[in-house]
Design a binder for this molecule. Structure first.
Ligand SMILES: [Zn+2]
Length: 272
């Protein structure tokens, strides 16, 4: 096993392990290929769906999917299929599993005011997938030996270990740096998809208000290290540097209409 790892380490830079885009202007070599990432992601998504209930509302699902796919079409990562589901939970959160399985909490939808805000939150999650934040973290934590075993499909136990690790990483939240990067990429993707990137700023302003009133509803992802104010500042600076575009979509009426039922369901989210 050790020898295989050594050989992999020596030859990976020259062999099958392709260089992939992980940032707007950055490429990296990753040990985990897309096929393996999707395999891990499917199991992590299963864990999410065991922990939370999925909201079964066909109109909402198709709406979220429509907005999500529009933003995902502008992602620089197109070797995975993006899936969007709503979790029937009043908390304000969203999750991105490796491989493109994205979840938004009902409470987060109920707290939003327009489609541009929704597009930003989905864009932020798409960005975690595009930048391969979880695959890179798994690689860092596991090291080459375990990954070599996964790559060589040596045993199910290794895969199970990796899925557990990826699930824990998901619920613990990403690093400060990854969060800032996901915001930056998210803003870029939504702007490319013709949504008003101000939606990002508005969303964090809403979070700031809720954080003061009921901090327990902001789950780890949005309450983690970078403060809403720091994130707003970064987005504001980025928007100033973006090329000016006419007719950016905000979609307030459509969003209100599509999520009316949800606001009633998670009433706290609509009290502002
Ligand atoms: Zn994030």
């Amino acid at each position: 096993m050790k020898w295989i790892s050594v050989i992999l380490l020596i030859f990976l830079p020259f062999t099958g392990c392709a260089r992939v885009q992980t940032g707007l202007n950055r490429t990296e070599r990753l040990l985990i290929g897309t096929e393996q990432e999707v395999e891990i992601g499917k199991s992590v998504a299963k864990n999410v769906e065991e922990k939370y209930k999925i909201l079964n509302d066909p109109a909402i699902i198709s709406y979220i999917n429509e907005v999500g796919q529009q933003v995902a079409a502008k992602s620089f990562r197109q070797d995975v299929k993006y899936h969007f589901k709503v979790l029937d939970d009043e908390n304000i959160n969203a999750l991105a599993c490796p491989g493109g399985f994205i979840y938004i909490f009902g409470g987060a939808l109920a707290a939003m005011e327009n489609e541009a805000q929704l597009a930003f939150v989905l864009g932020h999650e798409i960005a975690h997938v595009s930048a391969r934040h979880s695959a890179k973290k798994i690689q860092k934590v596991l090291g080459v030996t375990l990954l070599a075993r996964l790559i060589l499909k040596e045993d199910d136990e290794t895969l199970c270990q990796i899925v557990n690790l990826a699930t824990n990483l998901l619920f613990l939240g990403y690093s400060r740096r990854d969060e800032f990067e996901a915001d930056e990429l998210g803003v870029y993707f939504v702007h490319e998809a013709n949504y008003d990137p101000q939606g990002g700023i508005e969303f964090f302003e809403i979070l700031k208000k809720i954080q003061k009133r009921e901090p327990s509803r902001i789950e780890v992802l949005f309450s983690s290290h970078p403060s809403s104010s720091d994130r707003i500042n970064q987005i504001r600076g980025q928007i100033e540097r973006l090329p000016k575009k006419e007719g950016l979509e905000i979609g307030e009426n459509r969003f209100r209409e599509m999520t009316r039922g949800l606001r009633g369901r998670y009433q706290k989210g609509s009290e502002r």
